[in-house]
Design a protein around this ligand. Structure first.
Ligand code: 13P
Ligand code: G3H
Ligand code: ZN
Ligand code: ZN
Length: 310
């Protein structure tokens, strides 16, 4: 089937389950994610960051995804720009005619500027059949050295969220409720502001919300990386039961990148440590691709609840 928009995916999922949005940077990651979606019969969002465009060259990623569409003809697939940081980038991506969704991330801007930039992208995207994700509130991780008492000030305000959605006409909204990007999300106990999520969802009924920074930083991968010469000590993610809970409360899209990176790195490190004589890239990239597939299957089935929804 041709690429689909996330709009229908979110309408179907709202309040019941969420769609996984997985960052794609190379062929092995893409194949791992697609194999998982095929076996789970799950709809999926493939997301491409500015960094991925730079690393792999956008044209390679587009051609790889075109191959995935042929390989998985029965699976609804949406292709999304992750963290677009300017109108020009969003426009360039929309002008490919390939992407069905873009994110414009104006969350670092003052409110009025965020509204203006997001609306500009929406006004360009909608007539071209592309949906837009905006972001309000800032994701701060422990590396950002924000003291706990100040942390709340960065989270999404429900009044502002309603105003933002009304004035920009965005199709979905990324909110800040305590998650952050990367492998170091919490010091001590993990905590998300579910009261805030409930309030935002109540004020924006049936409106799809997005959770960035939603990797769980699974101990099995962290331990394997550290065991085989890596150094990711103190890494901590969002517990999977919290993600599961969020998917029943209006979160329709769950962004996962760090968990893919950890699974891939742990697997490659293990091969290198156990088979130091090995130098055929297929012998470590193959297992890494398989690890990604198993991880994504687990997320779809046990965390997001989207298995069988294709
Ligand atoms: O939000 C993300 C991509 O936009 C990824 O979050 P993680 O770093 O938690 O995987
Ligand atoms: O949110 C960020 C994603 O993990 C993408 O990361 P990246 O910009 O390094 O590609
Ligand atoms: Zn952001
Ligand atoms: Zn993100």
């Amino acid at each position: 089937m041709p690429l689909v928009s996330s709009k229908g995916m979110f309408e179907k999922a709202y309040g019941k389950y969420a769609i996984g949005a997985f960052n794609v940077n190379n062929m092995e990651i893409l194949q791992g994610v697609i194999e998982a979606a095929k076996e789970e019969r799950a709809p999926v969002i493939l997301q491409i960051s500015a960094g991925a465009r730079k690393y792999a060259k956008q044209v390679y990623l587009i051609k790889l995804i075109q191959a995935a569409l042929e390989d998985a003809p029965d699976i609804p697939i949406c292709v999304h720009l992750d963290h677009g940081d300017s109108f020009e980038l969003c426009k360039a991506v929309i002008d490919t005619g390939f992407f069905t969704s873009v994110m414009i991330d104006g969350s670092h801007l003052p409110f009025e500027e965020n509204v203006k930039l997001t609306k500009q992208v929406v006004d360009y995207a909608h007539p071209r059949g592309v949906v837009v994700e905006g972001e309000l509130g800032r994701l701060v991780g422990i590396e950002e050295h924000v003291v706990v008492s100040e942390r709340e000030a960065f989270m999404t305000d429900s009044d502002k969220a309603v105003e933002f959605v009304e004035r920009t006409n965005v199709d979905s909204l990324a909110i800040a409720i305590g998650t952050s990007h990367g492998a170091y999300k919490f010091k001590g106990e993990a905590k998300l502001d579910f009261d805030r999520l409930r309030e935002i969802a109540n004020r924006l009924p049936n409106f799809p919300l997005v959770l960035h920074g939603a990797s769980s930083v699974l101990p099995e991968f962290v331990e394997k990386i550290n065991k085989y010469g890596g150094k990711v000590e103190g890494a901590q993610g969002v517990p999977e039961d919290m993600i599961r809970k969020a998917t029943t409360m209006g979160i329709c899209k769950v962004n996962i990148d760090t968990d893919l990176r950890l699974a891939m790195t742990a697997t490659i490190r293990e091969v290198f440590a156990l088979h130091p004589e090995e130098f055929d890239p297929r012998k470590y990239l193959g297992p890494a691709r398989e690890a990604i597939k198993q991880l994504v299957k687990h997320k779809m089935r046990n965390v997001l609840g989207c298995s069988g929804q294709a």
